[in-house]
Write a protein that binds this ligand. Structure first.
Ligand code: KIV
Ligand code: ZN
Length: 519
């Protein structure tokens, strides 16, 4: 094992709660954000970008409360290049032991056209806003958005002015995931070489994954001198997402021989937080995702299985334990008690308080009555079930019976509790799920558009649970609902109703400045 103590340190800046949460449908509740922030802090993330405080009251409160609970991590809030945004970001992060303001402006020709600022006017704006931020906070990060499509001379000019005005970190975003590894490295090297004062600040890399190169681009930037990587858990983020934290961290650990850089991350916490983020965002991790995918350590082929049994290193470049994957297949069942469930969930990365545990225990017992063996994946599905969080939602599925078979049409007999009052209807459709959704819509008319309906089996066997994800859109607001049940149609009904409940919450709360999130 390489001793990384004397190596150059690369700071890990996690933006799951800001750039990740901007991903359409990945909205998280206040408590979920606080829990994730605590896990990030505990795993050794250097800087947590907790949100965009001006975007809404909810965003502001989340950043403020994350700042208040923070322990070691620097807590950062995002702000556009105006005083109002910056003041609001400071109001939220000032409660942290180690606060940071992150302010940005789009510097590429396309963005200058949108903001209708000339090059000189933009320089003045940067001067004023970075100075303002620095007067509030001594830790200021500045980003020229769309840096990878900004003219080099102009990029050098704006970076220089930001440094002169007191920025302590300069982040170079590849906002649209356009760059490639060699270009990513050359850009950082060019800035370090040409910009006066560049060696006095930390350069950061912020890559999006539109061409699938975010991890490679970030690592190339580090090799060229960047010392902060901006990333998200599971690569969550707008469009194709951001650089995945688990990928860059494990790449630096496993290939430390050729990339001799250290991070402060406790990698054994990776799997737990990956599951947590998947559960609360409703974005399941693809099976073959590097590091945290379900198949990342699974060996199906005979040759691989044989090799791994004889010597794991034949086909494994890292050990499952390194990322906190415990190789247990301890099966839980209806005789397992509360303490066993708590311990098992903790092992899977879900550290529950007593109330939460009570709720999950009831659902666990209900599942154990129907399913003989409860595997880890069943428990993860139970935790991911957003329909359960909606226990206090306005809509509840009380009763459902479907009639289906070779004769069309299929029909659903549904009782839905709406604001405490039961309503019943029988509706028809093309198949049992369509009939069920029609029944919900008959009882609770709405104009939300169903964007995604997805089913997957949680484990093998015909008594396996099905996890259903439903994504809906109304007036540009996107919500997801997820539910698991041994009955696919029941899971579908509950996921649909969970999404509607989330939509109702969003309708009530609104977002005073929705455009603010369109970064
Ligand atoms: O992708 C981007 O450019 C951003 C900035 C706000 C840093 O997220
Ligand atoms: Zn971004």
């Amino acid at each position: 094992m390489t001793n990384t103590r004397d190596q150059d340190r690369v700071l890990i800046f996690d933006t799951t709660l800001r750039d990740g949460e901007q991903s359409p449908g990945a909205t998280m509740t206040h408590d979920e954000k606080l829990e994730i922030a605590e896990m990030l802090d505990d795993m050794g993330v250097d800087i947590i970008e907790a949100g965009f405080p001006i975007a809404s009251e909810g965003d502001f409160e989340a950043v403020r409360d994350i700042a208040r609970q923070s322990k070691t991590s620097v807590i950062c809030g995002l702000a556009r290049a105006n005083f109002k945004d910056i003041d609001r970001a400071w109001e939220a992060v000032q409660h942290a032991a180690r606060p940071r303001i992150h302010t940005f402006i789009g510097t590429s020709p396309l963005h200058r056209e949108i903001t209708k600022l000339t090059q000189d006017e933009m320089v003045e704006r940067i001067e004023a806003t970075v100075t303002h931020a620095r007067n509030l906070c001594d830790n200021v990060q500045w980003s020229p958005m769309d840096a990878t499509r900004t003219e080099h001379d102009y990029l050098c000019r704006v970076v220089e002015i930001a440094i002169k005005c007191g920025a302590t970190t300069i982040n170079i975003p590849d906002t649209v995931g356009y760059t490639a590894p060699r270009e990513s490295a050359d850009l950082i090297a060019m800035l370090l070489d040409r910009v006066p004062g560049a060696d006095e600040v930390v350069f950061a890399t912020h890559c999006h994954n539109d061409l699938g190169m975010a991890t490679a681009n970030a690592l190339a930037a580090v090799e060229a001198g960047a010392r902060q990587i901006e990333c998200t858990i599971n690569g969550l983020g707008e469009r194709a997402g951001n650089t995945a934290l688990e990928e860059v961290v494990m790449a630096l650990k496993v290939r430390n021989d050729i990339m001799p850089f250290a991070t402060g991350i406790d990698t054994t916490r990776i799997m737990g937080i990956s599951r947590k983020v998947a559960a609360v965002s409703g974005f399941a991790v693809q099976y073959n995702k590097a590091i945290v995918g379900k198949n990342a350590f699974a060996h199906e082929s005979g040759i691989h299985q044989d090799g791994v049994l004889k010597n794991a290193e034949t086909f494994e470049i890292m050990r499952p334990e390194d990322i906190g994957l415990t190789a247990t297949n301890l099966v839980m069942g209806k005789h397992s008690g509360r303490a066993a469930l708590r311990a098992k969930l903790k092992e899977l990365g879900f550290d529950l308080g007593d109330n939460q545990l009570n709720d999950v225990f009831v659902r666990f017992k209900a599942l154990a009555d129907r399913k003989k063996e409860i595997y880890d994946d069943d428990l993860i599905a139970l935790m991911r079930d957003s329909s359960a969080d909606e226990g206090h939602g306005r809509l509840q599925v009380k009763f459902l019976r479907v009639i289906c078979g070779t004769e069309a049409p299929q029909s659903a007999d549904l009782t839905l509790t709406i604001d405490g009052v039961d309503h019943q209807v029988t509706a028809q459709g093309d198949g049992p799920v369509d009939a069920t959704f029609n029944a919900v819509k008959a009882l609770f008319p709405h104009n939300a558009h169903l964007q995604l309906y997805q089913v997957h089996a949680v484990t093998g066997g015909t008594d396996a649970q099905a996890t259903v994800s439903v994504r809906m859109e109304e007036d540009g607001k996107i919500v997801t609902g997820q539910s698991s049940d041994t009955d696919t149609v029941v899971a579908s009904a509950k996921a649909y109703v969970a999404a509607l409940n989330r939509l109702l919450v969003r309708r009530e709360k609104g977002k005073p400045d929705d455009t603010a999130t369109a970064v």
